[in-house]
Design a protein around this ligand. Structure first.
Ligand code: GLU
Length: 304
């Protein structure tokens, strides 16, 4: 398959789009991003990289980081993770509080903010410095020591993250946070602020396409059973409340973030990511979504 030709064609097509959505303005540090930016990268399990546009420019990965923290939690707690977080799609916005009230502080899934806060709380237990450990984990997966937190984005989220603060306190009130809400939130805001490029993300996610073994960094990150489970939850909950639209248009497990990135997996073959800062009403990047849709259309491969 000539992936380079395919992604070159995709870039040309998406760049014609006039409707590009809006950058995430509820996080002031993300609001001013240039909607003209677009990048895309493919990493295959046999180690090939294909890039186009701004594939090597780093951006704020936001909720995509939830896949890394969930992987760490699964490594440490395996099935016990599901005692404190559900695995059902929520059908509500990523930062919604409503279900928590009638579901007694157990978030629906690990990819909504409430779920990610509980996951972060879990892995705080086994770490003296979780921010450092998470950074090492992600740098190792991407083999890129330059990956870092964006302190300005983390601060901006901390200053304006009223809903996340509410979520953490609300969950604490149900007894489903062991640590202080402010400690959990500090790591949470930092994980969202991780700066990575499409190329870093495609390389980092390759373990999910290969039964948990990263052919890029040569590590068994999760076992095959855990990998199947994580991918299944990505398929049902990775794209906020627009997961059905993504499954319909793209047909792959994937995860998006309000920084405008989306990563998707083709099991047994590759990881593919796309980035452009303009978001639709569901918080997913308009151009990245379009690019991934075209990718499965032109390659003819998906999980179905
Ligand atoms: N930092 C963002 C928030 O907590 C992450 C949201 C996202 O990318 O979905 O609101």
């Amino acid at each position: 398959m000539n992936y380079q030709e395919i992604i070159d064609r995709i870039e040309q097509e998406v760049q014609q789009e006039t409707h590009r959505g809006k950058a995430a303005n509820y996080i002031p540090a993300l609001a001013l991003q240039d909607l003209g930016k677009f990048g895309m990268a493919v990493h295959t399990i046999d180690g090939q990289d294909f890039v186009v546009g701004r594939a090597e420019e780093s951006f704020s990965i936001q909720s995509i980081a939830k896949v890394f923290t969930l992987s760490m939690a699964m490594q440490q707690f395996d099935e016990l993770v599901w005692k404190r977080v559900g695995k059902e799609p929520s059908g509500t916005r990523f930062n919604s509080l409503v279900q928590l009230e009638y579901e007694s502080g157990i978030p629906r899934n690990p990819f909504m903010n409430a779920g990610a806060l509980v996951i972060t709380d879990m892995i705080l237990k086994n770490s003296e410095n979780l921010k450092n450990d998470l950074l090492s984990f992600v740098r190792g997966l991407s083999d890129n020591q330059y990956i870092a937190y964006n302190e300005e984005v983390a601060r901006s989220e901390k200053e304006t993250g009223y809903r996340n603060v509410a979520l953490a306190n609300f969950i604490k009130s149900f007894g489903n946070l062991n640590n202080k809400p402010e400690d959990v939130l500090d790591v949470y805001f930092h994980q969202c602020s991780l700066q990575m490029s499409c190329l870093d993300l495609s390389r980092a996610f390759i373990y999910l396409a290969n039964r948990g073994f990263s052919t890029f960094c040569h590590k068994q990150v999760l076992n095959p059973r855990q990998t199947k489970r994580l991918n299944s939850i990505l398929l049902t909950s990775g794209l906020y409340d627009a997961v059905g639209d993504f499954a319909y248009r793209v047909g792959l497990p994937g995860k998006s973030g309000v920084g405008g990135g989306i990563v998707a997996i083709i099991p047994g073959q590759l990881a593919v990511s796309a980035w452009s800062p303009g978001l639709n009403e569901s918080g997913n990047s308009v151009l990245a979504l379009k690019a991934l849709e075209l990718f499965t259309t032109y390659t003819g491969i998906s999980v179905f």
